[in-house]
Design a protein around this ligand. Structure first.
Ligand code: GAL
Length: 975
């Protein structure tokens, strides 16, 4: 079987494995209809993109049945909201108490004017491009923003462990829950897990989550986005539970060759007594057969985390590799009193990794050259809020070009992306963002290792990228400490650092790592290896060669870089030269090309008006540049590949030489112009065959030979003018779950249906059955909006990213351009239940915090004064929890202050007091607005008059001598 056939088989199996999860929802017929990709080709006039696919994207591995998505129901405010200036004793005193956050962090803050947004959300993508903004961030101002969300918890959740998980917030964030600060997060790339159990409210007593995001703060020199740009989850667990990231199960091969899975479960217990529990870990092979199961017992103390460990033996597991990413399932159950109370399912893989100082990287004891790309986390149109399905697509683009490794530079990536890397067979260099050994930052490093140390894809921990202290004793000491922190959590993977200087200094970071990462510095590989023959090394970053997709003539004044791979950055080298230096040196473990995809920001070699990068093997949309075909021909061996560049539309250049290049892995290439052989070259896969051909319109064709036999052809043809638009979806079917997303490629074609590579036309888009969430065309100088419904084709292409709706009806996309035939395409939306998610809850103004006067023998005035500085003579009480008034007598006054939300201020509303015990009167601002006749508990509804400002609510209650009077239920303002 050829490697290609094997790959096809693997991807089919992979699909079926994923399809199985989806199968329940889709039915077997729909799953069986799914097909694997067709061949790719850039033959004459064809679209330079993969053929259409019909498979649904795999859903992220469901690992945790206790989690529900909380991506909807968020209200957003762009800009900061300064905290009020607090004055006076009463306000000062109260604002300093738990639950009493002020300003927009207050539970009662009026967010009725804030629009609702869906997560993932990157507000910076909608910001204008401004010359006075930071070039590194793509000339977009990021600034500050606030999010608020109401959350209703079921009364049955009382007693359970509750947690909110923020996948990632760009950049610095403060999080409040029910008016108390519950987290500060000082990185845009770490997740935040917030235990809300003690502060939670239940039933109609609503909870409030508030996040203030400071995206003015930066951690990078690339576009970082802004806001809640990854998923948010609500987690509900039993009182005894498996902690988040609490399973450590990283397979180990013993000295004799036998494998084991050592499983450690970190458990928690919020109960008041210790809990006797059993852990049951079961390993299941890819065919669903149980391989091993074991149990271990322990007692979890109250409020103290505890580890329970066991080891599963596995004789001869199928190994995980980049070509065959075999995943096993590890199910860990927490059993208490005979009942499973928590459960986690992980996908793990069996593989060994080793870096050798002489022979480079070895996967499963086989040498494997790392053919990697560095990538930032943004995409055209959506910024850093890249939906899971779009990530899946991006990774598939990398896989298709033969890339086997990714360095998510220079920060932690979303867990869903790593799920896909495990599944698709990528090696991951996991990189820490902040080089800092103070406790907050060490906690970020620990979080990263703890989260990802079970993943077969992750092979390396990188503690930094290009730190100026790398050649100093301080840098060395810092890395020594960080390496120790990593090893304490995971001793199996090497620690590295991406160095661009200092590696020859007397004391430097290379002395504190297991593997030295070289950023650029190609001319130092041999010297360093000579001086350090026992230290393994890798190119953690190389290349940085500029290309504008589809451009073949450099015009620096217009900020256009030709795609011939001839103009690298001063510190970089061409794709060809970089790969040659690495490929020819077995001691260099491999390459991480800067970059796989273009990204917003860092538009080197230019600044304004360029706004996104020129480094990518693909552009911002994932459209291939020449470097894509180049690397594919260098990185994929067996399948014959041949792509001829550039396009053949050069009107006005007749007779002038045009540089032609063939990107190929065959032995010999013969070139024909309009049927006449005009050249033949033996292929040097480092430099690739190229010619200067006097331009004549028509057909330029290359034929590739192996062993004298024709194995591949590629042609470019001079096209006519564009007459029509064309839409090419990636998939013909999508999941109608409100989450699935796919990019549609838009191009223009001539009268013969050939792709017109020079078309630069305005196009308008309209979708039904789905929502357009982003637009792009890969032009690094474009200032067009990336959201909306119109965009120019750039060098023949544009991209529309559409999110599926939730109705199982066709999704249709129509594209139009004046003077061209429009196009419409339809894809099926297959009924798919959405993932478990937390429903939106309308924000309601709750009035839960009251002061309660002492008891009076006679009816007091409702306006009886409580001094602003008196924190002692009236009780602090919460609605819903009656406390008897202190002293003798049936009467008491309950008082609260509230500023209604805008609709009530404008139109008036109602104050609803549930479960009021006692006979009495309700007064607002000195006016009686309602009465209650009986003593028995009852609901009182009174009008809340319109008008601005704070209201003083006084409830005058008379008890009946046997039962304490008070507010036995919640109090809220109805709009
Ligand atoms: C490197 C750096 C990258 C990027 C690149 C551009 O020095 O690590 O983040 O800036 O240069 O060539």
């Amino acid at each position: 079987m050829t490697q290609d056939q094997r790959r096809t088989r693997i991807s089919r199996r992979r699909f079926l494995a994923n399809g199985a999860a989806l199968g329940a929802a889709l039915g077997p017929a729909q799953v069986a209809r799914a097909a694997v990709s067709g061949p790719e080709g850039a033959a004459a006039g064809m679209l330079p993109m993969p053929a259409m696919r019909d498979a649904l994207p795999p859903r992220p591995s469901i690992e945790d049945p206790g989690r529900s998505l909380m991506d909807s129901g968020w209200r957003f405010h762009l800009g900061d909201i300064p905290m009020p200036e607090i004055r006076g004793h009463g306000w000062s005193y109260n604002s300093a108490k738990a639950g009493q956050a002020q300003g927009a962090a207050a539970m009662q803050y009026d967010d009725s004017d804030w629009p609702e947004v869906e997560l993932p959300h990157d507000w910076a993508m909608a910001m204008p491009i401004e010359e006075t903004a930071n070039v590194s961030q793509g000339y977009r101002r990021r600034g500050f923003g606030w999010y608020r969300r109401a959350l209703r918890l079921d009364p049955q959740d009382r007693g359970r462990y509750l947690e909110i998980q923020f996948g990632g917030i760009a950049t610095n964030a403060t999080i409040w829950f029910n008016g108390s600060v519950v987290a500060h997060n000082w990185s845009g790339y770490t997740s935040v897990y917030v235990d809300i159990t003690d502060l939670a409210r239940y039933g109609d007593d609503l909870n409030t989550i508030v996040v203030r995001v400071d995206a003015q703060s930066m951690e990078g020199w690339w576009y970082e986005g802004a806001g809640l740009y990854r998923h948010v989850w609500l987690v509900k667990r039993d009182a005894t539970y498996i902690a988040t990231d609490g399973i450590h199960a990283d397979p180990r091969r013993g000295p004799g060759g036998a494998w084991t899975v050592p499983v450690t479960a970190t458990l928690g217990n919020i109960g008041t007594r210790s809990a006797a529990v059993t852990i049951e870990a079961t390993l299941i092979d890819p065919d669903g057969r149980m391989v091993a199961t074991h149990t271990a017992a322990g007692t979890v103390p109250s409020l103290e985390p505890m580890d329970v460990a066991l080891t599963l033996p596995v004789a001869t597991p199928g190994l995980w590799s980049v070509d065959r990413p075999t995943l096993y399932t590890l199910r860990t159950r927490l059993i208490r009193a005979g009942r499973t109370v928590d459960e986690r399912t992980l996908r793990i893989g069996f593989r060994t990794v080793r870096f050798d100082a002489a022979t480079g990287f070895h996967l499963n004891d086989q040498p494997l050259k790392i053919k990697g790309t560095c990538n930032h986390q943004d995409h055209a149109g959506v910024g850093v809020a890249v939906p899971d399905a779009l990530w899946e697509w991006r990774l598939r683009r990398l896989k298709d070009l033969g890339c086997n490794a990714i360095r998510f530079s220079h920060n932690a990536i979303a867990t869903e992306v790593l799920d896909a890397c495990d599944r698709m067979g990528f090696l991951v260099m996991s990189e820490n963002r902040n080089f800092n050994t103070s406790p907050d930052y060490i906690a970020q490093l620990q979080w990263l290792v703890r989260r990802d140390r079970n993943r077969p894809s992750v092979i390396l921990w990188s503690v930094f990228n290009e730190e100026p202290m790398q050649g100093t004793p301080a840098g060395y000491e810092m890395v020594r400490r960080m390496s120790r922190v990593v090893k304490a959590l995971d001793e199996s993977r090497p620690v590295t650092a991406a160095m661009n200087s200092g590696m020859f200094a007397p004391v430097n970071v290379s002395q504190a790592v297991d593997l030295v990462g070289f950023n650029y510095q190609r001319d130092q590989y041999d010297r360093f290896h000579g001086a350090n023959p026992t230290l393994p090394m890798i190119s953690s970053e190389d290349t940085s060669s500029f290309m504008t997709r589809g451009a073949w003539q450099t015009d620096r004044a217009a900020h256009v870089m030709a795609s011939y791979d001839e103009e690298p950055a001063d510190w970089g080298s061409t794709h060809r030269a970089s790969w040659k230096s690495i490929a020819e040196r077995p001691f260099v473990g491999g390459s991480f090309v800067w970059t796989g995809f273009d990204y917003h920001g860092e538009p080197s070699p230019f600044e304004w008006p360029s706004v996104s990068s020129y480094f990518g093997i693909m552009d911002l949309c994932g459209f291939p540049k020449m470097a894509y075909y180049l690397h594919r021909a260098q990185w994929i061996d067996d399948t014959p590949l041949l792509d001829l560049m550039p396009h053949w539309n050069w009107p006005g250049r007749e007779g002038q030489p045009v540089k032609v290049i063939a990107l190929t892995n065959v032995d010999t290439v013969r070139l024909l112009l309009n049927g006449t052989v005009i050249g033949e070259q033996a292929v040097d896969r480092y430099t690739m065959p190229h010619w200067q051909i006097p331009y004549a319109p028509g057909r330029l064709e290359a034929i590739g030979y192996r062993g004298g036999r024709e194995v591949a052809r590629s042609a470019v043809e001079t096209t006519g003018p564009a007459v029509a638009l064309r839409i090419t979806p990636d998939r013909r079917a999508m999941a109608a779950d409100g989450e699935d997303v796919q990019p549609f490629t838009i191009d223009a074609i001539d009268a013969q249906g050939r792709h017109v590579p020079t078309a630069n036309l305005p196009v308008a888009f309209a979708a039904t059955g789905g929502t357009i969430i982003g637009l792009g065309n890969g032009d690094p100088t474009s200032h067009e909006a990336e959201q909306g419904d119109r965009r120019d084709l750039f060098n023949g292409l544009a991209q529309v990213i559409v999110r599926a709706g939730r109705d199982a009806r066709p999704l249709s996309l129509t594209v139009t351009s004046a003077g061209l035939r429009s196009a419409t395409t339809t894809v099926r939306l297959l009924a798919t239940p959405p993932r478990p998610s937390v429903p939106s809850t309308a924000a309601t103004l709750m009035l839960q915090d009251w002061r309660q006067s002492p008891a009076f023998a006679a009816k007091p005035s409702p306006d009886i004064v409580l001094a602003d500085n008196d924190m002692n003579s009236w009780l602090f009480v919460r609605a819903g929890e009656i406390q008897p008034a202190q002293g003798a007598g049936p009467w008491s006054v309950l008082r609260a202050k509230v500023t209604p939300r805008r609709p009530v201020r404008e139109r008036g509303g109602k104050l609803v007091l549930q479960g009021v015990v006692g006979r009495g009167e309700v007064w607002i601002d000195g006016k009686r607005v309602g009465t209650k006749a009986g003593f028995a508990p009852g609901t009182v509804v009174v009008p809340m008059p319109a008008g601005e400002g704070e209201r003083v609510v006084s409830v005058l209650l008379e008890g009946n001598g046997t039962q304490a009077s008070g507010l036995g239920g919640i109090v809220f303002v109805e709009e």
